[in-house]
Design a protein around this ligand. Sequence first.
Ligand SMILES: [Zn+2]
Ligand SMILES: [Zn+2]
Ligand SMILES: [Zn+2]
Length: 331
Amino acid sequence: MNKSVLILIFPLLFSCNNNEDQHTKNEEKVKETTQKNTPSPKVKGVSLVILGTIQDAGSPQIGCTKECCKSLFENPDHSRKVVSLGLIDTKNKKKYIFEATPDFIAQTKSLKNFCDFETKETPDGTFLTHAHIGHYTGLMYFGKEAMNAQDAAVYAMPKMKSFLEENGPWSQLVKNQNITINAIENSTPLQLTDKLEVTPTIVPHRDEFSETVGYTITGPNKSALFIPDIDKWEKWDINIIDAIRNVDYAFLDATFYDGEEINNRNIADIPHPFIIESMEKFKELPLEEKKKIYFIHFNHTNPVINIESKQAKEVIKNGFNIAQINSIFKL
Ligand SMILES: [Zn+2]
Ligand SMILES: [Zn+2]
Ligand SMILES: [Zn+2]
C-alpha cells in the first residue's frame, strides 16, 4: 500500500477512535522523541548506551489492533526500537553492539553517532544472545543485498555459530565472508580492549535453534549485566540476586508487566519473569541494589513503555528503573 493511500485511510480510522487522549499523548510523545533523537550526545570513556528497549516484534506489532498499537501505525514512535545495547571505548576507538535486531540499520548509525572519534559505519563487533527474531536477524544487513560487508566480526556461542553456518540464508553471510563468527564460551571472559571484557552466561529460555546467553560487560570502573530474555528466575542455576550484587547495572527481561496483558492467563505458564514477579522477588533488596535494575525488552502490550502509565510509576516508586533509549551508562 502506498503512502498516499495510507494518508487517506488513517484519518477515517481515527475518526472512529474515541480514545482521543491516547492519540494526543502519542503525538506529543512523537514530537518529544524526534527532538530527543537529534543530535546524539558524544560518549566519553567506556560507556554503554541503550539503543532499543522493545521485545523482538517491535511496537507497533504486526497485526495488533489493540489500544497499545492502534495509533502507532500512523504516528510511529521512533523511540520504540528492539532491544539492543551499544558499547563504546573512546580511548581505544572501538564500538560494539549487543544484538542484531530488525532495527539494526538505525541502531548501528546511532551507535556511531555516540562516538567522539573517527570510526567506520559498522560496529567493531556484534554480540548475539540467541536465535530469536529480535536478536539476530539484523545480520541480514551485512549481506549481499545490503552493504555486502567484509568480515564484520560477530561473537556467538557454539550452537548459535553452527546455526548461522549451517542454515541459509545466514550461511551465505559466512560463505561470502560478509561476517566472521568468533566463538565465545560460557562463563569465559573475552578481553575486548585493555580495560573492557565481556562474559557470556547461559540462561534458560526457549532454545529451539541456539542456546541463550546473557552478558556481563566489565569496564574500567563498573560492570553491567544484560539479560534480555530468560525463563523464570528460579529456573536459572545462578541466583539472580547474587548476579545483581556483583554488578553496577542490571538490564533485565521485563517482557510483560502482569497477567492483564495476556488476557489473564496464568502468568506462571509464560516463560518470562513478569515485572510484578521480579518486583516481588527483589522487594527485600536494599534500595542501592534495586536502583541497579533497569527493566528492558518490553512486549508491545507492556504498559511501562509509557513512562506516564500507573504501572511505570509503580515500578519507579518501588525503587527500580525502566530502561530508556539513548541513556548512557559509564563503566
Ligand atoms: Zn527477545
Ligand atoms: Zn499492540
Ligand atoms: Zn527469545
